[in-house]
Design a binder for this molecule. Structure first.
Ligand code: B12
Length: 297
């Protein structure tokens, strides 16, 4: 029996599954960058999240990137960027599902991993069992590290993937598959000049020239708070003062409704401040003022 579905897909699906054909299909969907990494040779970070933990028979990891619109990056209110970010995620996720189903029709088990949540949530340190001061989250696969593994870019001082084309301004997604696709090799780039604009722009003090601290970043990104929950008794008065300041201007109930619907973020200053990205040289506005967000005092 021939179904309309199979008639339609036969004309667009490659006969042979190879890296070039898959990349062409993906780019034709509107994806800006695509690379392929060897699933058994991924660069890992801490905590390590190997692709073979997700699929022991995995051979390849396809990494895709969609650039944000620069207008949304420079928008006066972060909510405008957040909405635009959702659309980049949708394009990535829809393409990952489409390619995933196509690869499975060809006989290769395939797992698309969303550009967005879910993430694994840790209240306790898996090594020591001790309670973290601040809950930590980790992706099922690190897209940044997968992207570095296939020569798409480097990780900059802002702890983000920088590509020669778009600097840090792209959203990422990946597909883990049994399909044996020729991997792209890692490359050396010199995209991060160490200018420290991201360090200066970080409202939470999470970035320093020496590195990135996840806890203050998480607390600011999710709640707009510049202070971590108090670890000592003497830190409580300042923390309560900060909460009262926020409560004077904010309505957390209304905000959380909006956050659940549109996945509002509180901060992208480390991305915005970064001058890397060749494609945008001509259209990048000269002045960058901090974006208004729910937490702006
Ligand atoms: C969880 C998460 C967050 C969390 C935690 C960040 C973190 N680094 O852990 C929070 C909410 C804070 C966050 C913030 C941001 N994120 Co984020 N985030 C992710 C997500 C889902 C997983 C990150 C991850 O697991 N990385 C792997 C770990 C191993 O590497 P790492 O990030 O370098 O390492 C940190 C953790 O391991 C953590 N850590 C340290 N010890 C421990 C111990 C335990 C037990 C745990 C769980 C974690 C942990 O701290 C490390 C740094 O020291 C990814 C999507 C994905 N699946 O990759 C997006 C992603 C990395 N985020 C992205 C972005 C854009 C942002 C923000 C700008 C916020 C925003 N508005 O979008 C900021 C930037 C922060 C920064 N400068 O790094 C983009 C980056 C795009 C790019 N160009 O690189 C991604 C790839 C999403 C996407 N689909 O494109 N993010």
């Amino acid at each position: 029996m021939t179904s309309p579905e199979s008639e339609k897909t036969e004309t667009i699906e490659p006969v042979e599954i190879d890296a070039r054909a898959i990349k062409e299909l993906i780019l034709a969907e509107g994806i800006d960058l695509v690379g392929i990494a060897d699933a058994k040779n991924l660069m890992l970070a801490y905590p390590p999240r190997p692709a073979t933990d997700l699929m022991p028979s995995a051979k390849s990891v396809i990494v895709m990137a969609v650039a944000h619109t620069l207008g949304s990056v420079y928008a006066p209110d972060i909510m405008l960027w957040t909405r635009s970010k959702m659309q980049t995620s949708r394009l990535l996720d829809a393409t990952a599902e489409k390619i995933g189903r196509m690869l499975e029709r060809k006989g290769y088990l395939t797992l698309p991993i969303s550009a967005d949540k879910p993430v694994e949530i840790f209240k306790h340190d898996p090594e020591t069992g001790g309670k973290f001061r601040q809950t930590r989250t980790v992706g099922f696969l690190s897209f940044k590290h997968a992207a570095v593994s296939c020569g798409m870019g480097e990780i900059g001082r802002n702890n983000l993937l920088l590509t020669p084309q778009f600097g840090p301004h792209q959203r990422l997604c990946a597909i883990v598959t049994e399909a044996p696709l020729e991997p792209d090799s890692r490359q050396d780039f010199d995209l991060c000049t160490g200018c420290n604009r991201c360090v200066d722009a970080c409202p939470a003090g999470a970035l320093t020239p020496d590195g990135y601290a996840v806890d203050p970043c998480f607390v600011y990104w999710s709640l707009g708070f510049k202070r971590l929950p108090p670890a000592r008794l003497r830190e409580w008065p300042a923390y309560i003062r900060m909460l009262r300041q926020h409560m004077k201007k904010r309505d957390l109930l209304v905000e959380s409704g909006q956050t659940y619907i549109t996945d509002v973020d509180f901060c992208i200053e480390c991305m915005r401040a970064c001058p890397a990205g060749e494609r945008w040289k001509k259209i990048r506005p000269k002045n960058l003022t901090p974006q208004k967000s729910g937490s702006t005092e």
